[in-house]
Design a protein. Structure first.
Length: 490
């Protein structure tokens, strides 16, 4: 839970963020004093998100938390893409959710529902803050069509036999975010025959249910934007392209201009480049030259060995995979946040194991500190922690301050815990992974614990001792307390 009482006044010290748009670190200044409008590209719900996806969402969550700790009113919108995301982020090919529905032989809406539920379960386990709004693409189609019509009217979009496309030649700064140029993009790709695009980089705003997309089940009338239950070839109905969804969902909840936009580094091109083009070309006032989003933050990939973790490479891990190995979701949260977001994290089980130990150590110390009462007498550690976080969310440096504070407090027990309480609250709210929680115990250990409890009730101490040894052999220590057996990983 977020506790507003520890928030400082906005801009107590300046936050600097690395901006992908300008390729440098910049001081963060919001459009409206004290308010942050932030959009986070959420999951496409055609499978359980993997921990690489979560590392990007966690970067956004950390930023939202830190802005709140700094006293800002944070309005974070985080969408759910439940239609229109084509394979390989391309303009042709199949919709990822439609494809999964055919594979599972169920309705696409059921695919979206199932994986949205799993995603929300994971988010809760990983202690994400609840966003200001969580729109779904399928519920925002009318708003997308409104933008598409503005783009057509303004000469930025055109219709072909199979859809409606954005004309990249009408947007002079296309490529600014990703460093691409229209010439490079033209030479590096081809236009598939059914699309009839003017430029290979022109991207789909709307796909009609014709040709390969005649099979698409989730479809809306254009321009009314009503859900239609027809099947088969029908050029009067279609579905939105992926990029237009984020432009529409962002505008619906945050207006035409926002402060921060986040995503994974794989979103930079084409997704975010296209979002900028559409959003800026469809402002109500055509003379409006203010950027769609002023700060763009991107999380680097997670690597498995020397290759990135990705669903298409088949080397992904999900949160249930991590829990099945005996880790808490918060161990993963700590691990993913302990590396700076602009560094590739090389995922290893040893790294996760070290993260588990470090997190436990810090959490135990924080428990001791919270048990005492009193005010901070020394704000040095908070100042150092703030400086690290304000320096482009430098989490490794911020955690180093936590370790220094912990060691200092233990070497001067007379001042402990009074000195550190406010500091600890600040760190807890920022990282969200230092709350005490119940140890997650594998089923075989749980069974032994039940057996041991029964032996203790019968006062069969030799059975109880040998069960303790069996539990220890599985990597857990068990303590007998007045409240029962207390289990902990060794
Ligand atoms: Zn997006």
């Amino acid at each position: 839970m977020y506790d507003a009482s520890i928030a400082s006044s906005p801009q107590s010290s300046a936050l600097h963020l690395y901006n992908t748009l300008t390729k440098r670190e910049e001081e963060f200044v919001p459009l409206e004093k004290g308010v942050v409008k932030m959009y986070t590209c959420g999951p496409t719900v055609y499978g359980r998100p993997h921990i690489g996806n979560y590392s990007s969402f966690l970067m956004a969550d950390l930023l939202a938390r830190w802005l709140k700790v700094k006293g800002y009113d944070v309005r974070q919108v985080k969408n759910i893409t439940d239609v229109g995301h084509l394979v390989a982020d391309a303009d042709h090919g199949e919709d990822k959710i439609q494809k999964q529905a055919e594979r599972e032989k169920i309705d696409p809406l059921d695919v979206a529902r199932k994986y949205t539920e799993e995603y929300l379960e994971d988010e809760a386990a990983l202690r994400f803050l609840e966003p200001f709004a969580r729109p779904r693409a399928t519920e925002t189609v009318k708003e997308m069509i409104a933008i598409i019509q503005t783009l057509i009217k303004g000469g930025h979009a055109y219709e072909t036999e199979d859809g409606i496309y954005f004309d990249v030649n009408t947007f002079s700064s296309y490529g600014q975010l990703s460093g691409n140029t229209l010439e490079n993009l033209a030479s590096g790709s081809r236009i598939s025959i059914d699309e009839k695009k003017r430029h290979p980089a022109d991207f789909a705003l709307w796909k009609k249910c014709v040709g390969p997309n005649a099979r698409h089940l989730l479809r809306w009338s254009f321009p009314a934007g009503e859900r239609v239950n027809s099947t088969g070839e029908d050029s009067s109905v279609g579905f939105p392209g992926w990029h237009i969804e984020c432009s529409a969902m962002s505008r619906k909840f945050l207006g035409e201009h926002i402060d921060i936009h986040t995503g994974g580094e794989d979103n930079i091109f084409p997704h975010h480049e296209c979002e900028i083009a559409q959003s800026e070309s469809s402002c109500l006032d055509p003379g409006d030259r203010a950027p769609f989003a002023r700060y763009w933050l991107h999380r680097r990939f997670i690597d498995m060995g020397d290759v990135k973790m990705s669903k298409s490479l088949g080397n992904v891990l999900t949160l249930p995979d991590i829990v099945a190995k005996g880790f808490s979701p918060l161990d993963l949260r700590y691990y993913l946040l302990s590396v700076h977001y602009r560094t590739n994290l090389k995922f290893t089980e040893k790294g996760l194991e070290d993260a588990r130990k470090a997190r436990r150590k810090i959490t135990e110390w924080m428990e001791e500190v919270s048990a005492g009462d009193g005010e901070d007498k020394d704000e040095e550690f908070s100042r150092e922690f703030d400086a690290a976080m304000d320096n482009d969310l430098n989490t490794p440096a911020a955690l180093a301050v936590v370790f220094t504070a912990m060691n200092a407090s233990r070497s001067k027990p007379s001042t402990f815990p009074q000195v550190y309480r406010k500091f600890v609250d600040r760190v807890r709210q920022t990282f969200g992974c230092f709350e005490p929680e119940e140890e997650i115990v594998p089923p075989e250990v749980k069974a032994l614990l039940i057996e041991r409890e029964a032996a203790r009730v019968k006062k069969d101490f030799s059975a109880s001792d040998s069960l303790r040894m069996e539990i220890e052999a599985l990597g857990y220590s068990v303590k007998d307390t007045p409240a029962g057996q207390k289990i902990q990983r060794i």
